[in-house]
Design a protein around this ligand. Structure first.
Ligand code: PAF
Length: 335
């Protein structure tokens, strides 16, 4: 495994692979690698095969943070990250400094203007523009044939697919399944900042989501589903709901009514909620305090389909964005 900190080194190493038309699989990360990332990297290794190459980028992208304390306290574990990459069979690690990545005179950003209007996009202004901009740069630098992202970040994955479609990046985007702790909490880098008590509190997120999914599927109206989820979250002392929405899984636009659950499930529906749990200074940590986004998908036929696979009908999807003092997003599929 080779590690590069400059764009020139990375491009020089990749040149021979591009000349041979090798499979180049990119896994963009912000480091603090955990078992969820390990799964992404292993999937990348399989996809690249013996002849292809796996590139992992490790870059805490400053322009996707709109809260400076979140950026400062974002977990950083550089030595462990390299071990995880090595263990997963990564060939090249690209780990630039912000100065290497961005010109001081930078004046261009990539904006997504539709899907990012709701949920995380609404609660973290500028976040998805930062994500799209850094990914556009990484796609240009690495020129991967494939790139892999966790389904944990549901809205992010959908936006990336739109960006690749709309800007004609010649890269196949793959979604990787969520990896969870035993209590159901999805692995997330920011969870390193949670106390044991907060991790326990965060379990309510999943319970509320599952209840919302079941009620929605049973035909309960949207308002009641949201009220019940809110009540369950609210029963955990000190919690505060950031937002709680039921949205179309493709467009991320809020639904007003649960007119025909079967029909709406076939079209794809997402339930999103965000909650804060005590132990953090909410005023300054509003953004970094996101914890426990989750998406539950049940395919009514009993068969699983690829989430975000465009025209494929997605059954019922439930996404919850919940805060505890750090951030986590996730997707879980129920067979
Ligand atoms: O999901 C992440 O870790 C980041 O948003 C990404 C995709 C690496 C871009 O910085």
């Amino acid at each position: 495994m080779q590690t590069f900190s400059t764009k020139a080194q990375l491009k020089a190493a990749l040149l021979k692979h591009h000349r041979k038309h090798d499979h180049v699989v990119l896994v963009p990360t912000m480091g603090a690698l955990h078992d969820g990332h390990r799964a992404l990297l292993e999937q990348a290794r399989k996809l690249a095969g013996e002849d292809g190459v796996v590139v992992a980028s490790i870059f805490v992208n400053p322009i996707q943070f709109n809260n400076s304390s979140d950026l400062q306290t974002y977990p950083r574990t550089p030595e462990k990250d390299l071990e995880v990459c090595e263990g997963a069979g990564v060939d090249y690690v690209f780990s630039p400094s912000p100065e290497e990545m961005y010109s001081g005179e930078r004046s261009i950003t990539v904006e997504e203007s539709f899907l990012s209007a709701t949920l995380c996009g609404a609660s973290r202004p500028g976040h998805f523009s930062g994500v799209c901009t850094v990914l556009a740069k990484l796609f240009n630098l690495v020129q991967p044939t494939d790139a892999i992202f966790g389904k944990k970040d549901y809205q992010q994955l959908a936006i990336i697919r739109h960006m690749v479609r709309d800007l004609d990046f010649p890269v196949h985007i793959h979604g990787a399944e969520i990896v969870r702790h035993g209590n159901g909490l999805a692995y997330s880098s920011r969870n390193a900042r949670l106390t044991a008590e907060q991790k326990e509190q965060a379990v309510v997120i999943r319970k509320a989501m599952l209840q919302a999914r079941d009620e929605f599927r049973a035909g309960t109206d949207v308002r009641t589903v949201k009220e019940h989820a809110a009540a369950m979250i609210g029963a955990v002392p000190g919690t505060r709901i950031d937002y709680l929405e039921i949205v179309d899984a493709e467009t991320m636009q809020p639904l007003e009514e649960n007119r025909n659950p079967a029909l709406m499930a076939a079209a794809g529906t997402v339930i999103a909620l965000a909650v804060s749990i005590p132990g953090m200074s909410w005023a300054t940590d509003k953004i970094q305090a996101l914890t426990g986004s989750d998406l539950t998908l049940k395919v009514s036929t009993g068969q699983t389909v690829a989430l975000c696979a465009g025209a494929l009908a997605i059954a019922l999807a439930v996404i919850a964005l919940v805060s505890v003092s750090t951030a986590q997003r996730g997707i879980r599929r129920i067979e």
